[in-house]
Ligand binder design. Structure first.
Ligand code: FE
Length: 245
C-alpha cells in the first residue's frame, strides 16, 4: 500500500493519499483546496489515478479540495452518511467498506465533533480518526451539531475497542505529532484517560476556544463539496456536478 501523510500549515490539516501500488488507483482523504496543486503534482509523480476523494466530516476550518479535484481528475466525492452535502457522488454508512482494489477502507461512525463524522479503518492496521481522536487530544464539540457526550462514547466505544497496535492518523495536529496508536492514546490521551463521561463533558464545555476564522466561508462551501459561491451568491464558480447519489 502507498500511504502518504500530507500537511497544510495554514489549517494544520493532514490529508492522506492512499493507493494500491499494483493498480495505481488512489484516494485522497480530507483534501484541502489550497493544497490541490501539491496533491495533483504528487499524483502525477507517482503515476497514480485518483478514483475518490473522501471526507471524514464537513470541515469548519478549511475548504475541501474535492470540487477542484473532481473537476480536474473526474474522481468521485464521498462523504459520510447524513452529512449535509447533496453535491456528493456517494454517501458512506457506518460499517460500509469502500474498496480501492486491494485496499479496504471501512467507515466507523464516530459522531460528536460533528453529528455525521466518520473514522476510516484502512486494511485493519491503521485508522484515520478525523477530528474525533487527535494525538493526545480530540476535536472540539461546541459547533456544527457537536456533542461532547456523544464524542466520549464514540472514542471510548468505537475507537478504543480496536486492537492496541492500530496506528492512529488524525485529521489535524497542532504540536508536531504525526502518528500514534490506539494503545498509546488509551493510556496517554488525558482527555479520555483521566476523565469519566461527565468530567469530559464539563471539560469540553470550558475550553473557551475562539471560533475558527474560516467557519463562515468553510462550512457552506464544504456543504457544496468545496465549490465557492461568487459574491452575488447565485453563481457557483467551478463545474456543477450533478449528484449521482
Ligand atoms: Fe473538524
Amino acid at each position: 500500500m502507498i500511504f502518504r501523510q500530507l500537511f497544510d500549515q495554514e489549517s494544520s490539516t493532514y490529508t492522506y493519499l492512499i493507493a494500491d501500488p499494483a493498480t495505481k488507483t488512489a484516494i485522497l482523504v480530507d483534501p484541502v483546496l489550497n493544497q490541490v496543486e501539491r496533491d495533483l503534482k504528487l499524483l502525477e509523480e507517482l503515476g497514480l489515478n485518483l478514483r475518490y476523494c473522501l471526507e471524514t466530516h464537513i470541515h469548519a476550518d478549511h475548504i475541501t479540495g474535492t470540487a477542484k479535484l473532481r473537476e480536474v481528475k473526474g474522481c468521485l466525492g464521498v462523504v459520510p452518511d447524513h452529512a449535509q452535502a447533496n453535491c456528493a457522488d456517494r454517501h458512506i454508512k457506518d460499517g460500509e467498506t469502500l474498496q480501492l482494489d486491494g485496499i479496504a477502507i471501512e467507515a466507523i461512525a464516530t459522531p460528536g465533533h460533528t453529528d455525521s463524522h466518520m473514522a476510516y479503518r484502512v486494511n485493519n492496521d491503521r485508522i484515520l480518526t478525523g477530528d474525533a481522536l487527535l494525538i493526545r487530544g480530540c476535536g472540539r464539540t461546541d459547533f456544527q451539531s457537536g456533542d461532547a457526550g456523544t464524542l466520549f462514547d464514540s472514542v471510548t466505544q468505537r475507537l478504543f475497542t480496536l486492537p492496541d497496535n492500530t496506528l492512529v492518523y488524525p485529521a489535524h495536529d497542532y504540536r508536531g505529532h504525526t502518528v500514534s496508536t490506539i494503545g498509546e492514546e488509551k493510556r496517554w490521551n488525558s482527555r479520555f484517560a483521566e476523565r469519566d463521561r461527565d468530567q469530559f463533558i464539563e471539560f469540553m464545555a470550558n475550553l473557551g476556544l475562539p471560533m475558527p476564522t474560516k467557519i463562515m466561508e468553510a462550512v457552506p462551501a464544504n456543504e457544496r463539496c468545496g465549490r465557492i459561491a461568487s459574491p452575488d451568491t447565485t453563481n457557483i464558480i467551478s463545474i456543477d456536478f450533478s449528484s449521482t447519489k
